[in-house]
Structure formats: structure tokens, C-alpha cells
Design a protein around this ligand. Structure first.
Ligand SMILES: Cc1ncc(COP(=O)(O)O)c(C=O)c1O
Length: 445
């Protein structure tokens, strides 16, 4: 039987962190995951699903707070927030209340052509938490589509040239977005590409951008960047590079796009990642935590001709749009930006302590609840991530050798302590099998 506990956070007037009692994750053991039902479904999926990737080795059944239970009854502490899509964790009361309203079909309409109140409400809420100049948004289905439309609104049909993105960037898998993605070769292999130039995500970026423009003899159509690189390895921008890029793009009148799909919507403790670096883009993309995709830009940047941008299902899922709006409202009402900052600092401090004990745990880092650490190489990283999942803590890899730690914004100190205990024990458990930390080759991004 599951026990449920309620924790009151000091800085929230309303809040509630309902979660399965800790002892349940302690019951999980390496040989229980995946359980028999999960195993069967995972095998079937591998046989019939065309979009095969490497899912977490368990099949979701239901969740509450930062925890979810799989179809075999194993309970996990989800420190991946389902790849940043669950800012309020599972079954948040405010979101459950929204869902009660949508208990009859249709909950999905052809949203760009048949307008609903939810559509306008979400745009209004979204631009309300965005810089005043970025006063308009276009809703689509996914992150990749939000990026596609960010590229489109930045394109100038008079001067078809090239776009610039960064080494290790990830912007999605549709062909336009993929052309500017450089995080893993497997994502691009064999697919066509738009004219793209890549620059390093390091201190040299502004200088290299200038050289690219000089060599091409014309300005790029746009520069696109993740403010903090996600999929490519949780790489934080070296001091000054975003401002340097902003300066050049202003001088050249080149639109600067920030892809906020992973780092935006409050995860870093600010609404948007770029607000931590005092740099404003001309266009930005959002998705994941927002529940739908959105391209945000000044109204005058969008095409005037009706139909130039559209999508049958864009702005069409009433439930997703109502949830997106409620998520923004709840983040505000429950002071969750402040919780992201506070809990993020605590999490990084605990990871730093662990890195003193475990020489294989390298470079603990984070901003708000966008946290990560490295392992000496990919093999050790995959081994640890696998071990953690089998011990009840869900984490995901990023880049070549990084583990990202991105709990829901409602996470408590006790839950962080629990995850740290499991990481600590797992590093102890696998250490025997590993060569000493200093015997690995130096890694660069
Ligand atoms: C920064 C970034 N951009 C774009 C995308 C693509 O989003 P989606 O998978 O919803 O198409 C992702 C997804 O991981 C992302 O992290």
C-alpha cells in the first residue's frame, strides 16, 4: 500500500508537495527493473515502433509529486522531469483541477483555423512572462516546430544566405531545426541540411562569428543558440559570449534566436535562461514545460499574410493549452522560481560534496534546477545512469559523458537528499568495476 506524505514549503502560501513515501524507492533493486510487464512492453515497442530510441527501462503507469510508479509497481524518484516536461511533477492539484474541466470530447480542435479561448489565454499568459518587446507568440505542437517557426520569422526572403549555430547545439529533429543541430552525429546522419555554419560554444565564439561573416562575404540570416546547451552536455555559456554574439548580431542587423525549449519556463530560477545573462533575443522558442510549442517574437516580426504560418493542430489541444497556462500561473503563485533557485543551490552543494568523496564524479554544476555532473567517459556515465534507474532514481544522460539532474520545480530538500544518497551508494557500488578516475583521457566539449 502506498503512503502519501504532505510537505509544506516555507515560501509558498498554498503549497503542497504530495509524494509517495520515501521508503518505496528503497524497495527497488537492480534486478527488479525492468519488471516483467515493462520488459514485455519495451520488447514489443522495439519490434513495432519506427522511431526507436533508448527509452528509460521502465513503463510509466501513474505519478504523484516527484515520483512515478511503473506498470510493475516499482516507484521511482523522477529527477529527469520526463526531459523537463513536468515542471510541477505528477498529479499537481492545480493541474488535476484543470483536467476535470475537460472530461468530454472534443478536447482537440483545428486550432489555427478554429480559435478557442484557451489559445488566446495561453498566448497572453506566455507573453506576460516574456520581455515587453517580445509581445506576440505562435503556438505549435512541438519544440522542433517552435524552432522551425523561429527560423522562418527570422528569414529575409531578399537575402537568402546561411544560418549560424553552435557546436554541440540541439534544436530538434525536423529538417530545418536538424540542420542547426550538432550534438550527436546519429541525429543527422543521412539527412539533408540547410546552409549552416557552426561556431564553438566557448570564449572564441564572437571572434569566430566575425570571421565566418568575413569569409562568407555576407551576413547570416540568423544566429541560433541555446543559452545553456541541454542535449549537448549541459554546457553553460562562458562569461561574455552571449553579450558578444548579441553585439555583433545587432551591428549586422541579424536576428538572434534563443532556443529556450529546455532551459526556459522557469527552470533556471528566471522565466527565461537569457534573463540570467542580461541578453535579450529577437525571437525565442519554448516547448517542453509549456506543454505545447511556441515561437515568441515582436508582433511585427511575424508575416502579415494570412496562412504564411499555420498548423492544423497548432493551438488545438485544449487540454495542453489550459495546462500550459495553469503551469505558468502556478509557478508564479507558488513562488516556484524561488524554489528552483534555492533547491538548485542546495543540489549543486550536495553534488560538490559527493565529488570530494568520489573522484569519478566531475564538474558538478547548475543554474536553478538545471544541474549536471560529468563522469570520466560515456561508458561510465551510461553504467551509472542505468544503475541509478534500477535503484529508483531516474536521471538522463546528455552529451558524451554528462548526467543531467533536472527535478520538478516542486522538489524538496528531503527528495534531493534521497537522490544524493542513491547516487552516493551507486558510485560506491560501481567503483570496484572502474579504472581510477585519473586514468581517463582528458575530455573537451
Ligand atoms: C533545446 C531544444 N530544442 C529543441 C528541442 C526539440 O523539441 P521536441 O522534441 O519537442 O521537438 C529540444 C528537445 O529536447 C531541446 O532540448
Amino acid at each position: 500500500m502506498l503512503r502519501v506524505e504532505t510537505i509544506l514549503r516555507e515560501d509558498s502560501p498554498t503549497v503542497i508537495n504530495v509524494h509517495f513515501f520515501f521508503s518505496y524507492i528503497m524497495e527497488i533493486d537492480v534486478d527488479k527493473v525492468p519488471g516483467p510487464k515493462s520488459k514485455k512492453l519495451l520488447e514489443k515497442n522495439k519490434r513495432i515502433n519506427g522511431g526507436w530510441s533508448l527509452p528509460v527501462p521502465t513503463v510509466y503507469s501513474e505519478g504523484e509529486g516527484c515520483y512515478f510508479k511503473d506498470v510493475d509497481g516499482n516507484v521511482f524518484l523522477d529527477f529527469s522531469s520526463q526531459i523537463a516536461t513536468k515542471p510541477l511533477g505528477y498529479s499537481h492539484p492545480a493541474l488535476n483541477k484543470v483536467l476535470e474541466k475537460y472530461d468530454e470530447a472534443p478536447v482537440k480542435l483545428a486550432g489555427q483555423d478554429f480559435l478557442t479561448e484557451e489559445h488566446v489565454d495561453l498566448i497572453e499568459e506566455l507573453i506576460d512572462v516574456s520581455p515587453p518587446r517580445l509581445n506576440s507568440a505562435f503556438l505549435v505542437n512541438s519544440g522542433a516546430e517552435a524552432v522551425e517557426n523561429a527560423l522562418k520569422v527570422s528569414m529575409d526572403s531578399e537575402t537568402v544566405s546561411y544560418g549560424v549555430s553552435f557546436n554541440n547545439a540541439f534544436h530538434g529533429r525536423t529538417l530545418g531545426a536538424l540542420s542547426f543541430t550538432n550534438s550527436k552525429p546519429v541525429q543527422k546522419k543521412g539527412f539533408w541540411s540547410f546552409p549552416a555554419r557552426n561556431i564553438p560554444f566557448d570564449k572564441s565564439a564572437p571572434e569566430v562569428l566575425k570571421k565566418v561573416i568575413e569569409k562568407e562575404g555576407k551576413e547570416p540570416c540568423f544566429v541560433i543558440a541555446e543559452v545553456i546547451q541541454g542535449e549537448g552536455g549541459y554546457n553553460f555559456p562562458p562569461e561574455g559570449i552571449l553579450k558578444g554574439i548579441r553585439k555583433i548580431t545587432r551591428e549586422k542587423d541579424t536576428p538572434l534566436i534563443f532556443d529556450e525549449i529546455q532551459c526556459g519556463m522557469g527552470r533556471t530560477g528566471e522565466w527565461w535562461g537569457f534573463q540570467n545573462y542580461d541578453v535579450e533575443p529577437d525571437v525565442f522558442s519554448s516547448a517542453k514545460a509549456l506543454q505545447v510549442g511556441a515561437t515568441v517574437a515582436p508582433k511585427e516580426s511575424f508575416p502579415e499574410d494570412p496562412g504564411a504560418l499555420s498548423s492544423t493542430w497548432g493551438g488545438g489541444s485544449l487540454v495542453d493549452m489550459a495546462l500550459g497556462k495553469e503551469i505558468i500561473k502556478t509557478i508564479r503563485e507558488e513562488n516556484l522560481l524561488s524554489n528552483c533557485k534555492k533547491m538548485g543551490e542546495y543540489l549543486v552543494k550536495r553534488l560538490e560534496e559527493l565529488s570530494e568523496k568520489h573522484s569519478h564524479l566531475l564538474d558538478p554544476r547548475g543554474l536553478g534546477l538545471m544541474c549536471a555532473f560529468d563522469l570520466p567517459d560515456k561508458e561510465v556515465r551510461d553504467h551509472l545512469a542505468n544503475h541509478l534507474v534500477r535503484k529508483g532514481v531516474i536521471v538522463l544522460g546528455a552529451g558524451q559523458r554528462t548526467i543531467r539532474i533536472i527535478p520538478p520545480y516542486i522538489v524538496s530538500k528531503e527528495e534531493i537528499d534521497e537522490a544524493i544518497r542513491v547516487i552516493d551508494e551507486s558510485l560506491d557500488a560501481i567503483r570496484e568495476e572502474l579504472p581510477p578516475a585519473d586514468s581517463y583521457a582528458e575530455h573537451t566539449i
